[in-house]
Design a protein around this ligand. Structure first.
Ligand SMILES: [Zn+2]
Length: 587
């Protein structure tokens, strides 16, 4: 817990830029003299160096709320002075008068681009935004009332931590606010925390880190113990950028960093995306008339069906045509196609199939794994959680994405997003494309096996529809960890295996060179797996997928996904879990 006193080691006092009165202000970061009106126009950012100025509650509310839309809640709660700390009451009163705010937190109900929300703003000018009884009480009451009125909550955090002048009472505010947020969450309601500079101590260790979505302003300092406290404790200099928003993103602790000018837009968009999906309402805007043929009946053939446009221009599946191109493709050739460098990846399909895809980051524990991408997009107006394993297209990207081999953090990110999908009743679509889970020392240290097992365990009874599509390589457990679906599909040239044909050949015959032969034995192709009853559907590739035909293939995939959602969205949670259980139970 951070100490709060004037001589404290809290790293916020003095050095950071603030906006004083007058026409001109000086940026403490770059030393430039700035015209105040221009700074205001620039969303209170230095227009020379980009440094964010800390802003007052009033300015913050003006930046995010619709003009004249909000009312303040719970002003004037009497302060408590449990320690009878000298001059504490006088200090509070003088701050109230000078800053013209009630306390270090202000809670309002209003609208953001027309979306109703409860918004709490912490103000660093008021005793460093520290949390005492009144701050805890105001936030708790706001969250409780939001729960009653079924409203989303947004909290802008800015705090040096718990308020030392109130001793242990201050500490209890951490538990009190967190408990209220738990009830809000259990009611299926949406909470966004926005971390601003600085957020430390007891606020970080309570409501700041509990958002369904956690956003941060660029460069914001966020940590439990402040950097100077850490440096004094471990007697080492901390690296540049330590505990800044960018550091947090890289370490999987936040979903994203948002520029101030995009904040209002982003908040409104996220609120809309997190409305719970009503199966009866979902997909209605563009609802198409399907004769919803039974998937099993339609695809008795084990080989990929041809997707054609007939004379009436309507797309349909036709088995007659598939004979034409039934030139024998060897399994080993399919393995090569599945691994092809230019084969479209998860993000290519996501961009083609879903609109307004918003990527979310991090496992909230250790890192943001580039080998797994995830977020929320729309299909015909229905919000969908989309998760995919992603390889790189260039060497540089392959390093970021670890060649599509997820680490435990990747699986934990996926599971975190699936949990949210369940909370907000969104269907889940997974794109599987990995040579396998990352095999390395660090992955083992952090529990690769546990991470995969946990996904199998938790995915098995998710109460929303889950569809997994193998788009390239389905490498063993690393693939299965995203493929516990109500249905699993494969692209015509995708493979799904217990291990690579090379590995199989070297284990069985001590000769990796016999991989092509192994591919025959192992039954790795979509056709084989459909025969074995491991998958439900094959997405045809009239030509092997490549950047030129990705749009066309994605179009077919989208059509099939629609069909899937129409079939599964009306099912209730228990039915969905039971169907998925029986699917794997029969194998
Ligand atoms: Zn500057």
């Amino acid at each position: 817990m951070l100490k709060f006193k004037k001589t404290s080691s809290v790293p916020m006092a003095g050095k950071e830029p603030t906006v004083p009165e007058g026409l001109w202000i000086k940026c403490d970061a770059c030393g430039e003299l700035l015209y105040k009106e221009d700074v205001k126009q620039n969303h209170y950012k230095c227009y020379k160096c980009g440094k964010y100025f800390r802003i007052s509650t009033r300015k913050r509310l003006r930046l995010v709320m619709d003009k004249g839309s909000y009312e303040k809640w719970d002003e004037g709660i009497g302060n408590r002075d449990p320690l009878h700390y000298p001059e504490y009451q006088e200090k509070i009163e003088s701050l109230q008068e000078r800053l013209r705010i009630d306390e270090a937190a202000t809670c309002v109900k209003g609208t953001i681009h027309g979306e109703p929300a409860v918004v709490c703003v912490c103000d660093g000018r008021f005793l460093m935004g520290s949390m005492g009884y009144v701050v805890g009480e105001k936030i708790t009451r706001a969250v409780e009332r939001a729960t009653e009125e079924r409203l989303p909550v947004i909290i802008f955090t800015c705090s040096g931590g718990a308020r030392m002048q109130e001793g242990i009472v201050s500490l209890m505010q951490m538990a009190k606010t967190s408990a209220a947020l738990k009830r809000h969450s259990e009611a299926g309601l949406f909470y966004i925390s926005v971390l601003t500079d600085p957020t430390t101590g007891g606020v970080t260790a309570s409501f700041a880190m509990l958002g369904d979505i956690i956003l941060a302003e660029p460069g914001a300092l966020v940590g439990f113990a402040g950097p100077r406290v850490i440096e004094q404790t471990i007697r080492q200099k901390l690296p540049e950028g330590f505990q800044r928003a960018e550091f947090l993103l890289e370490h999987g602790l936040i979903d994203n960093i948002v520029e101030r000018e995009n904040l209002k837009e982003t908040l409104a968009k996220l609120i809309v995306m997190h409305r719970q999906v009503d199966p009866k309402e979902a997909l209605i805007p563009n609802r198409r008339k399907y004769s919803v043929p039974c998937a099993a009946e339609e695809e008795k053939s084990s080989q990929g069906d041809a997707y054609t446009e007939n004379t009436s221009g309507k797309k349909r599946f036709s088995r007659a045509d598939s004979g034409k191109r039934k030139e024998k493709v060897l399994p080993w050739e399919r393995v090569q196609r599945a691994r092809a460098q230019d084969r479209p990846g998860a993000l290519d399909y996501i961009q083609e199939i879903f609109s307004d895809f918003t990527e979310l980051h991090g496992d909230r524990h250790f890192a943001d794994d580039g080998a797994v991408v995830g977020g929320i997009g729309y299909l015909d107006g229905c919000p969908v959680t989309v998760i995919g394993q992603q390889k790189g297209k260039t060497t540089k990207e392959n390093i970021t994405r670890n060649f599509g081999m997820p680490s435990p953090e990747g699986y934990r990110k996926a599971l975190r997003l699936m949990g949210q999908a369940e909370k907000f009743r969104r269907p889940i679509i997974c794109f599987v494309d990995t040579p396998g889970a990352f095999c390395g020392m660090e992955a083992e240290e952090r529990g690769q096996g546990e991470a995969i097992a946990r996904n199998l365990f938790e995915m098995s009874d998710l109460t929303v529809p889950v569809l997994s599509i193998v788009i390239g390589e389905g490498g063993s457990g690393g693939a299965l960890a995203l493929a516990v679906g109500n249905e699993v599909w494969m692209m015509e040239n995708a493979t799904y295996t217990i291990l690579s044909p090379e590995g199989f050949a070297s284990i069985m015959w001590k000769d990796a060179g016999r991989a092509p032969e192994a591919a025959e034995w192992m039954r790795v192709t979509a056709g084989d797996l459909k025969d074995l009853g491991i998958i439900e559907k094959i997405i045809p590739e009239p030509q092997p997928a490549n950047p030129q035909n990705v749009g066309k293939i994605a179009g077919m995939m989208q059509e099939e996904i629609r069909r899937f959602l129409h079939m599964y969205l009306p099912m209730d949670g228990q039915q969905l879990a039971e169907q998925r259980y029986q699917r794997f139970r029969s194998m």
